[in-house]
Design a protein around this ligand. Structure first.
Ligand SMILES: Nc1ncnc2c1ncn2[C@@H]1O[C@H](COP(=O)(O)OP(=O)(O)OP(=O)(O)O)[C@@H](O)[C@H]1O
Ligand SMILES: [Mg+2]
Length: 234
Protein backbone atom coordinates (compact mmCIF):
# COMPACT_ATOMS: atom_id res chain seq x y z
CA UNK A 1 0.00 0.00 0.00
CA UNK A 2 1.26 3.46 -0.80
CA UNK A 3 1.32 6.33 1.64
CA UNK A 4 -1.15 9.15 2.08
CA UNK A 5 0.89 11.16 -0.38
CA UNK A 6 2.32 9.74 -3.57
CA UNK A 7 3.69 12.09 -6.20
CA UNK A 8 5.50 11.11 -9.38
CA UNK A 9 7.41 13.42 -11.68
CA UNK A 10 5.50 16.55 -10.76
CA UNK A 11 6.18 19.44 -13.08
CA UNK A 12 4.70 22.87 -12.47
CA UNK A 13 5.19 25.63 -15.00
CA UNK A 14 3.82 29.11 -14.40
CA UNK A 15 3.20 31.51 -17.28
CA UNK A 16 3.63 31.10 -21.01
CA UNK A 17 6.76 30.75 -23.10
CA UNK A 18 9.08 32.72 -23.35
CA UNK A 19 8.23 34.05 -19.86
CA UNK A 20 7.57 30.74 -18.22
CA UNK A 21 8.90 29.70 -14.83
CA UNK A 22 9.55 26.05 -14.12
CA UNK A 23 8.68 26.00 -10.40
CA UNK A 24 8.82 22.21 -10.02
CA UNK A 25 10.96 20.02 -12.21
CA UNK A 26 10.13 16.30 -11.82
CA UNK A 27 9.46 16.03 -8.12
CA UNK A 28 8.66 12.54 -6.82
CA UNK A 29 7.73 11.97 -3.22
CA UNK A 30 5.98 9.51 -0.90
CA UNK A 31 4.77 10.37 2.57
CA UNK A 32 3.31 7.78 4.92
CA UNK A 33 0.86 8.19 7.75
CA UNK A 34 2.47 9.48 10.93
CA UNK A 35 5.48 11.14 9.31
CA UNK A 36 6.62 14.63 10.27
CA UNK A 37 8.32 16.02 7.18
CA UNK A 38 10.11 19.35 6.86
CA UNK A 39 10.64 20.81 3.39
CA UNK A 40 13.48 23.30 3.26
CA UNK A 41 15.13 25.25 0.46
CA UNK A 42 15.97 28.78 -0.61
CA UNK A 43 13.38 31.40 -1.55
CA UNK A 44 11.85 30.66 -4.93
CA UNK A 45 12.93 27.00 -4.92
CA UNK A 46 9.34 25.76 -5.25
CA UNK A 47 8.36 24.91 -1.66
CA UNK A 48 4.99 26.68 -1.63
CA UNK A 49 4.24 25.49 -5.14
CA UNK A 50 4.82 21.91 -3.99
CA UNK A 51 2.65 22.42 -0.90
CA UNK A 52 -0.17 23.83 -3.00
CA UNK A 53 -0.16 20.73 -5.17
CA UNK A 54 0.23 18.26 -2.28
CA UNK A 55 -2.49 20.13 -0.36
CA UNK A 56 -4.92 19.90 -3.31
CA UNK A 57 -5.01 23.68 -3.73
CA UNK A 58 -3.54 23.50 -7.23
CA UNK A 59 -2.82 20.93 -9.94
CA UNK A 60 0.54 20.16 -11.53
CA UNK A 61 1.22 20.94 -15.18
CA UNK A 62 2.15 17.27 -15.55
CA UNK A 63 2.97 14.28 -13.42
CA UNK A 64 0.86 12.05 -11.22
CA UNK A 65 -0.39 12.90 -7.78
CA UNK A 66 -2.33 10.58 -5.49
CA UNK A 67 -3.75 11.91 -2.25
CA UNK A 68 -5.11 9.19 0.02
CA UNK A 69 -5.18 6.85 -2.97
CA UNK A 70 -7.15 9.21 -5.21
CA UNK A 71 -5.70 10.54 -8.44
CA UNK A 72 -5.84 14.28 -7.83
CA UNK A 73 -5.57 15.32 -11.48
CA UNK A 74 -8.86 13.53 -12.20
CA UNK A 75 -10.82 15.31 -9.49
CA UNK A 76 -13.25 18.16 -10.13
CA UNK A 77 -12.94 21.48 -8.30
CA UNK A 78 -15.79 20.38 -6.05
CA UNK A 79 -14.12 17.10 -5.14
CA UNK A 80 -10.89 19.00 -4.54
CA UNK A 81 -12.65 21.36 -2.15
CA UNK A 82 -14.24 18.42 -0.37
CA UNK A 83 -10.87 16.72 0.16
CA UNK A 84 -9.42 19.95 1.50
CA UNK A 85 -12.24 20.54 3.93
CA UNK A 86 -12.44 16.95 5.17
CA UNK A 87 -8.90 15.60 5.01
CA UNK A 88 -6.45 18.48 5.10
CA UNK A 89 -5.59 21.15 7.64
CA UNK A 90 -3.59 24.23 6.66
CA UNK A 91 -1.43 26.50 8.78
CA UNK A 92 0.05 29.62 7.15
CA UNK A 93 2.75 32.14 7.99
CA UNK A 94 0.29 35.00 8.49
CA UNK A 95 -2.21 32.91 10.49
CA UNK A 96 -5.14 33.78 8.16
CA UNK A 97 -7.62 34.21 11.01
CA UNK A 98 -10.80 36.25 10.63
CA UNK A 99 -10.24 39.61 12.32
CA UNK A 100 -12.70 40.85 14.98
CA UNK A 101 -13.73 37.22 15.47
CA UNK A 102 -13.18 35.24 18.66
CA UNK A 103 -10.92 32.20 18.96
CA UNK A 104 -13.98 30.00 19.34
CA UNK A 105 -15.59 31.34 16.17
CA UNK A 106 -12.37 31.11 14.15
CA UNK A 107 -11.69 27.54 15.22
CA UNK A 108 -15.22 26.23 14.73
CA UNK A 109 -15.58 27.58 11.20
CA UNK A 110 -14.61 24.30 9.47
CA UNK A 111 -17.23 22.53 11.59
CA UNK A 112 -19.88 25.04 10.52
CA UNK A 113 -19.05 24.21 6.89
CA UNK A 114 -19.13 20.51 7.70
CA UNK A 115 -22.64 20.89 9.14
CA UNK A 116 -21.76 19.83 12.69
CA UNK A 117 -24.44 20.82 15.25
CA UNK A 118 -23.95 23.71 17.65
CA UNK A 119 -23.42 21.79 20.89
CA UNK A 120 -20.96 19.35 19.35
CA UNK A 121 -19.17 22.22 17.64
CA UNK A 122 -18.67 24.10 20.87
CA UNK A 123 -17.47 21.01 22.70
CA UNK A 124 -14.89 20.13 20.06
CA UNK A 125 -13.76 23.72 19.66
CA UNK A 126 -13.14 24.22 23.37
CA UNK A 127 -11.24 20.92 23.47
CA UNK A 128 -9.08 21.92 20.47
CA UNK A 129 -8.25 25.29 22.02
CA UNK A 130 -7.38 23.51 25.25
CA UNK A 131 -4.99 21.21 23.37
CA UNK A 132 -3.05 24.22 22.09
CA UNK A 133 -3.00 25.82 25.54
CA UNK A 134 -5.54 28.57 24.93
CA UNK A 135 -8.34 27.70 27.35
CA UNK A 136 -8.07 31.21 28.77
CA UNK A 137 -8.37 32.94 25.37
CA UNK A 138 -11.62 31.50 24.05
CA UNK A 139 -13.32 34.86 23.60
CA UNK A 140 -10.26 36.85 22.47
CA UNK A 141 -10.04 38.27 18.95
CA UNK A 142 -6.77 37.99 16.96
CA UNK A 143 -5.89 41.63 17.77
CA UNK A 144 -5.95 40.72 21.47
CA UNK A 145 -3.54 37.80 21.00
CA UNK A 146 0.22 37.55 20.53
CA UNK A 147 1.57 36.16 17.24
CA UNK A 148 2.27 32.79 18.84
CA UNK A 149 -1.21 32.66 20.31
CA UNK A 150 -2.75 33.57 16.95
CA UNK A 151 -0.81 30.75 15.34
CA UNK A 152 -2.07 28.36 18.02
CA UNK A 153 -5.65 29.38 17.18
CA UNK A 154 -4.83 28.66 13.52
CA UNK A 155 -3.44 25.24 14.47
CA UNK A 156 -6.56 24.42 16.49
CA UNK A 157 -8.62 25.40 13.44
CA UNK A 158 -6.47 23.21 11.17
CA UNK A 159 -6.98 20.23 13.48
CA UNK A 160 -10.63 20.60 14.31
CA UNK A 161 -11.78 18.30 11.50
CA UNK A 162 -9.30 15.61 12.44
CA UNK A 163 -7.53 15.83 9.06
CA UNK A 164 -5.33 13.13 7.54
CA UNK A 165 -2.53 15.62 6.93
CA UNK A 166 -1.56 19.02 8.29
CA UNK A 167 0.30 21.28 5.88
CA UNK A 168 2.14 24.23 7.37
CA UNK A 169 3.83 26.86 5.17
CA UNK A 170 6.41 28.78 7.23
CA UNK A 171 4.36 28.42 10.44
CA UNK A 172 7.06 30.16 12.47
CA UNK A 173 8.06 32.67 9.78
CA UNK A 174 6.43 35.50 11.69
CA UNK A 175 7.24 34.47 15.23
CA UNK A 176 10.01 35.09 17.74
CA UNK A 177 12.22 32.24 18.96
CA UNK A 178 10.16 31.48 22.06
CA UNK A 179 6.82 31.37 20.23
CA UNK A 180 8.41 29.29 17.46
CA UNK A 181 9.56 26.75 20.04
CA UNK A 182 6.03 26.59 21.48
CA UNK A 183 4.53 25.97 18.05
CA UNK A 184 7.10 23.23 17.36
CA UNK A 185 6.31 21.61 20.72
CA UNK A 186 2.64 21.48 19.69
CA UNK A 187 3.49 20.00 16.29
CA UNK A 188 5.70 17.36 17.91
CA UNK A 189 2.98 16.47 20.39
CA UNK A 190 0.42 16.03 17.61
CA UNK A 191 2.91 14.00 15.59
CA UNK A 192 3.54 11.69 18.57
CA UNK A 193 -0.22 11.19 18.66
CA UNK A 194 0.05 9.84 15.12
CA UNK A 195 -0.75 12.86 13.00
CA UNK A 196 0.98 13.44 9.68
CA UNK A 197 2.60 16.85 9.29
CA UNK A 198 4.27 18.43 6.27
CA UNK A 199 5.96 21.68 7.16
CA UNK A 200 7.77 24.18 4.99
CA UNK A 201 10.45 26.32 6.56
CA UNK A 202 13.44 28.47 5.71
CA UNK A 203 15.06 27.77 9.03
CA UNK A 204 17.31 24.76 9.64
CA UNK A 205 16.65 24.97 13.39
CA UNK A 206 12.92 24.63 12.84
CA UNK A 207 13.37 21.80 10.33
CA UNK A 208 15.27 19.82 12.97
CA UNK A 209 11.98 19.23 14.79
CA UNK A 210 10.81 16.99 11.94
CA UNK A 211 11.67 13.31 11.57
CA UNK A 212 12.46 13.68 7.88
CA UNK A 213 14.00 16.61 6.07
CA UNK A 214 13.60 17.17 2.34
CA UNK A 215 15.63 19.88 0.62
CA UNK A 216 14.51 21.42 -2.64
CA UNK A 217 16.50 23.63 -4.91
CA UNK A 218 15.46 25.01 -8.30
CA UNK A 219 12.31 22.91 -8.28
CA UNK A 220 14.04 19.62 -7.57
CA UNK A 221 14.51 17.46 -4.50
CA UNK A 222 18.24 17.45 -3.84
CA UNK A 223 18.17 15.60 -0.54
CA UNK A 224 15.70 13.53 1.48
CA UNK A 225 16.94 12.32 4.86
CA UNK A 226 15.68 10.78 8.05
CA UNK A 227 16.40 13.06 10.97
CA UNK A 228 17.22 10.74 13.83
CA UNK A 229 18.91 13.29 16.03
CA UNK A 230 15.86 14.80 17.68
CA UNK A 231 13.41 11.96 17.40
CA UNK A 232 12.33 11.14 20.93
CA UNK A 233 10.39 7.93 21.37
CA UNK A 234 8.26 7.35 24.41
N1 LIG B 1 1.38 32.25 -9.33
C1 LIG B 1 2.60 32.31 -9.85
N2 LIG B 1 2.80 32.80 -11.10
C2 LIG B 1 4.02 32.85 -11.65
N3 LIG B 1 5.13 32.43 -11.03
C3 LIG B 1 5.01 31.93 -9.81
C4 LIG B 1 3.74 31.85 -9.14
N4 LIG B 1 3.93 31.31 -7.90
C5 LIG B 1 5.25 31.07 -7.82
N5 LIG B 1 5.91 31.43 -8.94
C6 LIG B 1 7.36 31.27 -9.21
O1 LIG B 1 7.68 29.89 -9.01
C7 LIG B 1 8.91 29.76 -8.33
C8 LIG B 1 8.71 28.98 -7.03
O2 LIG B 1 7.91 29.77 -6.15
P1 LIG B 1 7.46 29.28 -4.71
O3 LIG B 1 6.49 30.28 -4.18
O4 LIG B 1 7.01 27.89 -4.80
O5 LIG B 1 8.84 29.36 -3.92
P2 LIG B 1 9.16 29.14 -2.37
O6 LIG B 1 10.21 28.10 -2.29
O7 LIG B 1 7.88 28.91 -1.62
O8 LIG B 1 9.79 30.55 -1.96
P3 LIG B 1 9.70 31.36 -0.56
O9 LIG B 1 10.66 30.68 0.37
O10 LIG B 1 10.16 32.73 -0.94
O11 LIG B 1 8.28 31.32 -0.07
C9 LIG B 1 9.43 31.17 -8.12
O12 LIG B 1 10.35 31.44 -9.18
C10 LIG B 1 8.21 32.03 -8.25
O13 LIG B 1 8.53 33.31 -8.72
MG1 LIG C 1 6.86 29.98 -0.13
Amino acid sequence: MSGIISAKNLIKIYGESPNETVALNKVSLEVKKGEFVAIIGPSGSGKSTLMHILGCLDKPTSGEYLFDGKLASKLSDNEFAKIRSQKIGFVFQFFNLLPRTTSIKNVQLPLVYAGVGKQERLKRTIQALKEVGLSDKLESTPAQLSGGQQQRVAIARALINNPLVIFADEPTGNLDTKSSAEIMAIFKKFNREGRTIIMITHEADIAKNASRIITIRDGQIVSDKKNRSTRIRA
